[in-house]
Design a protein around this ligand. Sequence first.
Ligand SMILES: CCCCCCCCCCCCCCC(=O)SCCNC(=O)CCNC(=O)[C@H](O)C(C)(C)COP(=O)(O)OP(=O)(O)OC[C@H]1O[C@@H](n2cnc3c(N)ncnc32)[C@H](O)[C@@H]1OP(=O)(O)O
Ligand SMILES: CCCCCCCC/C=C\CCCCCCCC(=O)OC[C@@H](O)COP(=O)(O)O
Length: 262
Amino acid sequence: MEVTVGTAALALALLLLPVLYERSGSFRFFCKMGFYNGWILVLALVAIPLCALRGRDVENMKIIRGLMQHVKHLYGIRMAVRGAQHFPPRQPYVVVSNHQSSLDLLGMMEVLPDRCVPIAKRELLYMGAVGVACWLGGIIFIDRKRTHDAISVMAEAAHTMLSQDVRVWVFPEGTRNHSGSMLPFKRGAFHLAVQAQVPVVPIVISSYQHFYSKQERRFTAGQCVIQVLPPLPTRGLGPADVPALTERVRAAMLEAFEALSA
Ligand SMILES: CCCCCCCCCCCCCCC(=O)SCCNC(=O)CCNC(=O)[C@H](O)C(C)(C)COP(=O)(O)OP(=O)(O)OC[C@H]1O[C@@H](n2cnc3c(N)ncnc32)[C@H](O)[C@@H]1OP(=O)(O)O
Ligand SMILES: CCCCCCCC/C=C\CCCCCCCC(=O)OC[C@@H](O)COP(=O)(O)O
């Protein structure tokens, strides 16, 4: 008898789910975000054996990028890339981009250059299969609670960039920012570029506000623009130039962000 009641309750709940999905925006939002994270987990499980053939290697980012590129279609997100001609050919550089949400992964994978790895918070490493896939992809992990260690990792990255022809992608805001603008930039990416004497390539992802809002629990189909801005050279610059370089790049990115998101 208990089993029958339980089964009936479960069946009723399952029948109600599509109604709830149709009627409740919040429920839809959580389903979509849950699926996003779950699907990335599944993709990571696919990526691991493929990447493991090479071991930890930045070339594995091509596999990760390839596996991620269909995800935007599942959500009806159209992405337009502008300014791709600004990527310097055949040399290391530091990409800096704004960071609104974990959806930025979609934009990143849309334009991620070959041999380019993100710098990520250490916590990602502990996300099960996702962490393993990131590690195999050569992603550089930093402990944000230990400034000194993070700076050492960045200094090491400057050597790796030059010795192994690697590009690095940094979110200089240092955290996701849903405010509709940009946080002040941390200077790590710019120290890195100056230490390696490589250009900074700013990338701006337009606001998601018209199709995605965490606060309002709204997530519909939509469109976003990914704008690659002209690179800024750092040859001849030293540590004293880093604050001005940081502000210059932020000002250019903010201007582009406001224009793209208007
Ligand atoms: C198929 C599916 C598979 C899986 C799916 C694939 C997943 C892809 C994953 C993508 C991951 C993306 C993840 C993104 C993130 O995790 S964002 C968060 C982590 N990133 C950052 O934090 C980068 C930005 N932060 C910085 O640059 C910081 O400066 C940092 C280096 C981290 C240090 O931060 P903090 O402790 O807060 O200190 P300050 O920024 O205040 O800096 C202190 C002073 O040190 C100077 N400084 C900074 N860096 C350097 C350096 N490299 N060399 C020398 N000096 C440095 C800085 O200027 C400060 O001094 P002043 O105040 O300027 O005098
Ligand atoms: C054994 C443990 C199992 C744990 C399983 C967890 C499963 C999680 C599955 C998928 C997660 C997909 C993660 C996508 C990565 C998004 C990158 C990102 O956006 O990181 C945020 C970081 O930039 C800034 O972090 P904060 O805004 O400071 O916070």
